[in-house]
Ligand binder design. Structure first.
Ligand code: SF4
Length: 200
């Protein structure tokens, strides 16, 4: 796990140190002031992994969600799940952030089938691994928006075509950091930690 991270650092970190899967979830949350259950789980556990405390996590999610709903509704319907991620509710298990394999093998459509199918039509899927679950044209657009040069984007798309999603992610890391990765990416939190170390 990373060091201590506070709410006010998150936006900056999402641009500098997040893997694409988490950056996509963060952007979707900021734009829609909401994320569905699967996304809250994937992103929430990642945030825990980078060192966001439960108190800070509640502030973070509440600030976004209450742009669309009142605090009371947030506290009743959503705060429980956030405490749950931190092992403070239910079985009190210490949930660990998802690995790439788990994210890549997940099927975002399984979660909330009807809603998700509508989202697929409108290309609104944010959960999962973008190298595995995002439509190729949209992925290309996103890489361009995040300033990955065309030649680099071609290399990434080549890995994607061969179903080497984690290698695609590793190449994305290298291109956006201007360094060679010390090992292939196999966990979003490993990506984050590598990114932080590369800046030190
Ligand atoms: Fe995220 Fe892993 Fe996919 Fe990279 S390979 S985008 S870290 S799930």
């Amino acid at each position: 796990a990373g060091g201590k991270v506070t709410v006010d650092q998150i936006d900056g970190l999402s641009r500098s140190a997040y893997p694409l899967c988490m950056r996509q979830l963060h952007t979707a949350l900021k734009e829609n002031h909401h994320l569905k259950h699967g996304g809250r789980l994937q992103y929430g556990l990642f945030l825990k992994g980078i060192g966001l405390s439960l108190e800070e996590a509640l502030i973070f999610w509440r600030a976004e969600f209450t742009k669309l709903m009142d605090v009371d509704k947030f506290d009743k319907q959503y705060a429980y799940n956030i405490r749950h991620n931190y092992g403070k509710e239910g079985k009190r298990a210490d949930y660990t952030p998802y690995s790439c394999m788990k994210i890549i093998m997940s099927n975002p459509q399984d979660l909330e089938i009807i809603m998700e199918l509508i989202d697929v039509l409108f290309k609104l899927i944010f959960t999962g691994c973008p190298f595995r679950h995002t439509d190729a044209d949209l992925l290309r657009q996103r890489l361009a928006a995040y300033r990955v040069p065309k030649k680099g984007a071609d290399e990434i798309m080549e890995f994607v075509k061969e179903s080497h999603y984690q290698l695609a992610c590793t190449r994305y890391y290298e291109l956006t950091h201007g360094v060679t990765a010390s090992s292939a990416i196999n966990h979003p939190n490993q990506y984050f930690d590598e990114s932080r170390q590369s800046l030190q």
